[in-house]
Design a protein around this ligand. Structure first.
Ligand code: MLT
Length: 394
């Protein structure tokens, strides 16, 4: 057998594959008890009716001679690039459609972006953080360093903690901690990046869970960000597209990376499918933006209910800033002998009450001693999981 890439060999399996495998084992052990997943952050509410209707119309169009489509533009159809750009129109740094690329999702986009820079360019990620960042950056040959996120720094590291310039991956609100950057903190990152020649890679997959001007949904709320920031967005969590797959990249000309990105796109991508781009366009229409609120409100309510129960159980939860209703609850493992062993608690909850969460250690060393619970489950499942946990932990 040919040798496999060392970066892949040295990595653990993807956290959510490990979790899914553990859930499967548990189902086999107890076939009569349903496992309730508060593990992977997967949506459970339907996509907006207007987006579903756009999908159907686009599919019907493809079945006609006039509406037939060949390869689409690698960067996306102009109608969707314009609709995405319009979301940024009122910001201090407006984004023209030419700086928007439509992608199959933010995970796919980030994986692609890491290959733009010379292997060896340092990448800084928060710890704990969504594990795909580290895995993707390492696979692209970058040394990856951690920016520790602790209770003491509100889970928000300072720019100066990145000891040398490089690519800094930020996600606001953060997955898994729910920490959201304020406008002041974002401005500090932008100023630091411009001063040191660093580049910010900003993941806004959860931006729909922020409100108010104090917690911006985009890095382009900060003047000067176009010189030092690339932003990645997603319809997954805001519009129920985790399985539909659509996202975008904002890559401003001022970053100096546009030509490399176009070269990458040309040889790696034939774009995202036409019906899905039409559905995404519909999701951003005034009707789509109104219809998405139903699912978002339900997830927020789940998060509030979970927070209340965790407090009632005496568990410590990471604080949230006003205006941040992040869909993940970051909760300290219950006191006791295994308080610093999140995998032990993960298995204890799964085996003891059939509730699946995500162990903090899976998000980085600093996540040890914590557990993540998603608020994306159905309300009735969330309620049942909380009932089971209350019974088990009391
Ligand atoms: C999560 O649960 O962190 C995400 O939903 C996983 C993913 O996007 O792959």
């Amino acid at each position: 057998m040919l040798p496999l890439h060392p970066a892949l060999l040295s990595q653990p399996d993807y956290l959510f594959s490990q979790i899914a495998a553990a859930a499967e084992e548990e189902r086999k052990r107890h076939p009569h008890r349903r496992v309730i997943s508060l593990g992977i952050g997967d949506v459970t509410q339907p996509i907006a009716p207007v987006a579903a209707s756009a999908l159907r119309t686009a599919a019907a169009e493809l079945a006609t001679q006039k509406g037939q489509k060949g390869y689409g533009p690698a960067a996306g159809y102009p109608f969707l690039r314009e609709a995405i750009a319009a979301q940024y129109a009122d910001l201090p740094c407006p984004i023209p459609p030419e700086e928007v690329t439509v992608t199959a999702g933010s995970k796919e986009a980030l994986g692609a972006l890491f290959s733009l820079w010379e292997p060896g360019v340092p990448v800084w990620v928060c710890d704990p953080v969504y594990p795909a960042y580290r895995a993707q950056a390492e696979a692209a040959g970058h040394p990856v360093f951690s920016l520790p996120c602790r209770v003491e720094n509100d889970f928000l590291p300072q720019p100066e903690e990145a000891a040398k310039p490089g690519l800094i991956v930020l996600c606001t609100p953060n997955n898994p901690t729910g920490a959201a950057l304020s406008l002041v903190e974002m401005t500090e990152w932008v100023n630091w990046a411009n001063r040191t020649g660093s580049l910010l890679l900003v993941d806004t997959a959860y931006a729909a869970f922020l409100s108010g001007e104090e917690l911006p949904r985009s890095i382009y709320a900060v003047p000067g960000a176009k010189r030092c920031a690339i932003e990645v967005g997603s319809f997954s969590k805001s519009d129920g597209f985790t399985g539909v797959r659509c996202g975008w990249v904002i890559l401003p000309r001022e970053t100096g990376c546009a030509a490399a990105w176009q070269r990458w796109l040309g040889s790696h991508s034939n774009g995202t499918s036409y019906p899905i781009q039409r559905a995404a366009e519909a999701a951003l229409s005034p009707t789509g933006l109104r219809q998405r609120q139903k699912a978002l409100a339900l997830y927020r309510q789940n998060a509030a209910t979970m927070l209340q129960m965790f407090h009632k159980l005496g568990l410590t939860c990471a604080a949230r800033r006003p205006g941040c209703l992040a869909p993940y609850l970051w909760v300290r493992c219950p006191d006791g002998p295994d308080a610093q062993n999140s995998w032990a608690w993960f298995h204890r909850l799964l085996e003891g009450c059939g509730v699946l969460c995500a162990p903090g250690a899976g998000f980085g060393q600093m996540g040890e001693g914590w557990l993540r619970f998603t608020a994306f489950s159905r309300p009735e499942d969330t309620a049942e999981a909380l009932r089971r946990m209350e019974h088990f932990l009391r």
